[in-house]
Design a protein around this ligand. Structure first.
Ligand SMILES: Cc1ncc(COP(=O)(O)O)c(C=O)c1O
Length: 356
């Protein structure tokens, strides 16, 4: 346990406001890959309605939300497990399938929760070197041993924004032994161009070892409510349900997620604005001479050099971004795409910081 480095979240606005005696309203937070537009107004309306009954426990089976997701994805509800954020799905898989002595495979620079969830079970993490900052799926398949029980793949990956095309992921799945669970973490899928969006949920029928995880925290703008889900074989869902807390997704989250899922126009518009914002950040960073990685998410990784110094300087200017030294990327900062004015504020603050 002492060897586990705790997850470091993006700095909360209120915390920086307290530390620097700033007005929270003047602070820009581009540090946790949230949707800067917030959730659909329909989700807010559903929460207001659900507030009328806070006395009862939520539906522990999440019947209505699972039915809505089943319809949305064209799969049977028995294949869907709800999570307290998709983070919960990652934890549930590790609880159900990893014991001390087992191995989990994940990529260098991959999402920080994979090693955490692995080490918390006393299992061994096998970190496979990245190729061009992205997952080297061939090397990951080759790293699987008889002791490997789980492989984590983030597509797109956070914090690098790298992405593997569905054909590559399909070939990888074919190469993985059928008794090894593959968690395909698609937290940012809704941000991809429609043509690139993942068909992997449809693959759970022929790959009984595949768990596809999705979230309402990113494009759906509901990070505060903590709701995500996994799609998988019913036998795997049965395992996850054995270790799942009975009421892991609260009633407001379930109601909001149903409404958010139905508002497809809002999600599409969020994705469109994200692409515009991403282009603006790419262009602005290039103008400042800062290298970036091509991103497929709602954030961008920028090589600023002395990232610790630049991060601190930006904080003093009331702009919160995310240092990624913990991911083995000490020269880089990750910037979440904000509203147009927030992106401009960041670029102006970075220009000042770089010139000091
Ligand atoms: C790749 C990836 N997976 C999963 C998550 C977990 O998000 P949540 O628990 O809010 O669904 C995140 C959040 O940053 C992420 O970047």
């Amino acid at each position: 346990m002492r060897g586990i480095a705790p997850y470091v979240p993006g700095k909360p606005i209120e915390e920086l406001a307290r530390e620097l005696d700033l007005d929270p309203a003047t602070i820009v937070k581009l540090a946790s890959n949230e949707n800067p537009r917030g959730p659909s107004p329909k989700a807010i309306g559903a929460i207001a309605d659900a507030v009328a009954d806070l006395t009862r426990y939520p539906d522990g089976n999440g019947f209505a939300l699972r039915a809505a997701l089943a319809l949305h994805h064209g799969v049977a509800p028995e294949r869907i497990v709800l999570g307290n954020g998709s983070n919960d799905i990652l934890e549930l898989v590790s609880q159900a399938f990893l014991t001390p002595g087992d191995e989990a495979v994940y990529a260098q620079h991959a999402f920080a929760v994979y090693p955490l969830a692995t080490h918390a079970r006393g299992a061994k993490g096998i970190e496979v070197p990245a190729r061009d900052y992205g997952h080297d799926l061939d090397a990951m398949a080759a790293a699987i041993t008889p002791r490997t029980r789980v492989v984590f793949v983030a597509n797109p990956n956070n914090p690098t924004g790298t992405w593997a095309a569905p054909s590559k992921v399909a070939a990888f799945l074919d190469a993985v032994p059928r008794d090894v669970v593959v968690v395909l973490d698609e937290a940012y899928d809704e941000y991809l161009d429609e043509a690139d969006q993942s068909p992997a949920i449809g693959w759970v029928v022929r790959h009984a070892n595949l768990v596809v995880s999705r979230t309402f925290s990113k494009a759906y703008g509901l990070a505060a409510l903590r709701v995500g889900y996994g799609v998988m074989d019913p036998s795997v869902a049965d395992m996850l349900n054995r270790v799942r807390q009975p009421f892991n997704v609260n009633a407001l989250a379930q109601a909001a997620a149903i409404a958010a899922l139905a508002d497809t126009d809002y999600v599409a518009e969020s994705a469109r604005l994200n692409r515009q914002g991403l282009e603006r950040l790419e262009e602005g960073l290039a103008t400042l001479g800062v290298a970036t990685l091509p991103s497929h998410g709602n954030f961008i990784l920028a090589r600023v050099g002395d990232a610790a110094r630049i991060y601190a300087d930006l904080l003093r200017q009331g702009v919160i971004v995310r240092p990624v030294a913990g991911y083995g990327l000490p020269e880089w900062l990750r910037i979440t795409v904000g509203l147009p004015a927030e992106n401009e504020r960041f670029l102006a603050a970075l220009a000042l910081a770089l010139n000091r």
